[in-house]
Ligand binder design. Sequence first.
Ligand code: FAD
Length: 312
Amino acid sequence: MAEVLVLVDHVDGEIKKTTYELLTAAKALGSPSAVVVGGAGAADKLADGLTEHGADKIYAAETDSTDFLAPEVAVLESLIGSAAGVLISASANGKEVAGRLAVRTGSGLLSDVVGVTGDGVQHSIFGGAYTAEAKANTEHPVITVRPGAIDIEASAGAGARESVEVPAASGRQATVTGREPIQGGSRPELTEATVIVSGGRGVGSAEDFTVVEGLADSLGAAVGASRAAVDSGYYPPQFQVGQTGKSVSPQLYIALGISGAIQHRAGMQTSKTIVAVNKDEEAPIFEVADFGIVGDLFKVAPQLQDEVTKRK
Ligand code: FAD
């Protein structure tokens, strides 16, 4: 069976959930091979989780390079020759690696896909109104997969280990000089979260976003925001959901005071269950909501929070 490379997304010795989604998706194309690029011993720490989720092979590429994503691109480039494809998370870094890799290898690039089959991939388009199928006309396509779009299926792989050299990067022009966690504290990362509570212009001010955060914290959720909320200065831009923000597909997406413009829906419509709270019963968000509450978010959200807290 053809090998399918999966770039492992990991931070501080922890595998990100999106990696398991990629391993699940890879099985539709062939035999998943996990590629771990990291410091000494990184692959050892992650091997059990990768094997349990279907990795037949685990490539360990050890490096202490600070060249921004260059080792990832170089290692994948060195391995791509025999692969049926490469799967990478459609995160900010993943998109960067995928673009560079596709250019360097002349591979077709299928971006932000929500499904992978033996015949091609699926994209969610026009705000989720249609699913388009696509196929690359080149060998070993590079595919970025939208976080949360694939349901993880844990089935063990062979987990064979292999060390790979990290090819020397030539003429890199960017170096990582430090990393700082962004605001969000202990909350899950937006694209990793199982539950997201998002606020829109209806929240009315930065101070009142504590209502969104309160409900989110009771659910262990990430906080998101519409572009109108971001543009109004209520919440920082890295939390924007939508066409020009992040694409998310959590199990549960709660929209508070968000009208449901197509550009917002484009980033959240593939969520498994959508709950909308809006005081306007005609708001378009109700067209995509599984559960809709017509009401004032400042009354509804605290009540929801109380109920969730009581049931803990
Ligand atoms: P509004 O449309 O103003 O809706 C606010 C809602 O809150 C209303 O429905 C109102 O009834 C409700 N409300 C008010 N008060 C309360 C209350 N107390 N309780 C309950 N409900 C209340 N938007 C994004 O979100 N993400 C994107 O990535 C994005 N990209 C864009 C890209 C382009 C090229 C363009 C042109 C636009 C983009 N937009 C994006 C903007 C988008 O078109 C909308 O303007 C935006 O999503 C509206 O945000 P909103 O729903 O928060 O605000």
